[in-house]
Design a protein around this ligand. Structure first.
Ligand code: FDP
Length: 318
């Protein structure tokens, strides 16, 4: 990006938009922590940490480091009350001298199975007001993801709008796209999960997209795959309910909610197959959720086809 006096750094953009000071500070703290994750991805040796997370998945040294980079920074920034990380078992509190104003859920390194093959990975963050974390996603005040790809970008959903910032070689995030918007429909699809375990309704839906000429775009990392759909202005990312995993694979609080918040703010839609993801009532931070994220037409088609297949199944039984 050429250097001009028009460069808009993240902090001053948020200031100009009138974003409240504590929230502005918190977004900048997260963005700063992610600079170190960016550096760690490029410079740290690969390999396992010898530990597993709460879901029984083997942790990379990078998973553990990324988790520490965000949690230690947010613990000491004085702006946060409670936190939950996909890499940790329990909700934990920040060190506070004065009451903090926000609580944060984060997935420090999403898609880490792609690190060894040098594909893009990301960090996903969800911000709630106050101290409660286990609450529906519609109560988020902001959500963001950082994509560590050929460029490192941060996509921020806030006050019904979505903006993209790019990390420059000087270590600043500068505005690269204001008001990212999605169209009513798109032409790409990104389908996760073992196809042998798809429900009949989901299989029929994926076939319908294929037959309609949608192009397959799936890297296996939720952050780059959702970013692809968002930045192309439409299409669909899905990780559905599967046989044996009726709530799918992805985590409601760490992955589905923040992505749903961002996509809706860009004019897209986000469903668990039956209803809006942001209206799902969580029981615990570890809940999972089937996801259909994308432009409105594809998400509505998924809901309709799943419903139809469900009622046909019901009719067969009677
Ligand atoms: P990963 O296991 O590599 O961390 O939820 C994590 C995630 O990746 C998502 O980023 C990705 O969309 C999905 O899992 C990929 O799962 P599959 O390998 O089953 O497609």
């Amino acid at each position: 990006m050429p250097l001009t006096s028009k460069v808009e750094p993240l902090r001053s953009f948020l200031f100009e938009q009138g974003v409240e000071g504590t929230l502005r500070g918190l977004i900048c703290e997260v963005a700063d922590a992610c600079k170190y994750i960016d550096y760690a991805i490029k410079m740290t040796e690969l390999g396992f940490a010898g530990t597993s997370n709460v879901y029984g998945e083997e942790q990379l040294a990078l998973d553990v480091l990324s988790d520490e980079l965000i949690s230690s920074r947010l613990s000491k920034c004085g702006l946060v009350v409670n936190m939950a990380s996909e890499e940790q078992q329990n909700i934990f509190s920040a060190f506070l001298k004065e009451p903090g104003e926000y609580s944060v859920c984060f997935d420090p390194l999403d898609g880490s199975s792609l690190v060894d093959v040098n594909l893009a990975v990301g960090t996903i963050v969800s911000i709630f007001p106050g101290k409660e974390l286990v609450r529906p996603g519609r109560e988020q005040v902001a959500a963001l993801f950082v994509l560590y790809g050929p460029r490192t970008t941060m996509v921020l959903g806030l006050e019904g709008r979505v903006h993209e910032f790019t990390l420059n070689p000087l270590g600043s995030y500068t505005l690269s796209q204001e008001d990212v918007k999605m169209d009513e429909s798109g032409k790409i699809y990104s389908p996760g999960g073992d196809t042998r375990k798809y429900s009949p309704g989901h299989s029929a839906f994926i076939e319908a997209l294929k037959n309609d000429g949608y192009k397959l775009r799936y890297s296996g990392g939720m952050v780059p795959d959702v970013n692809h759909v968002l930045m192309k202005g439409g299409g669909l990312f899905t990780y559905p309910a599967l046989e044996g995993s009726p709530r799918g694979k992805l985590r409601l609080m760490f992955e589905a909610n923040p992505m749903a918040f961002i996509l809706e703010a860009a004019g897209g839609a986000a469903s668990d197959g039956t209803k809006r993801i942001l209206d799902v009532e969580p029981e615990s931070v570890q809940d999972r959720c089937p996801v259909y994220l994308g432009s409105k037409k594809e998400v509505a088609l998924a809901e309709n086809m799943l419903k139809e297949a469900g009622s046909e199944k019901g009719a067969e039984k009677t």
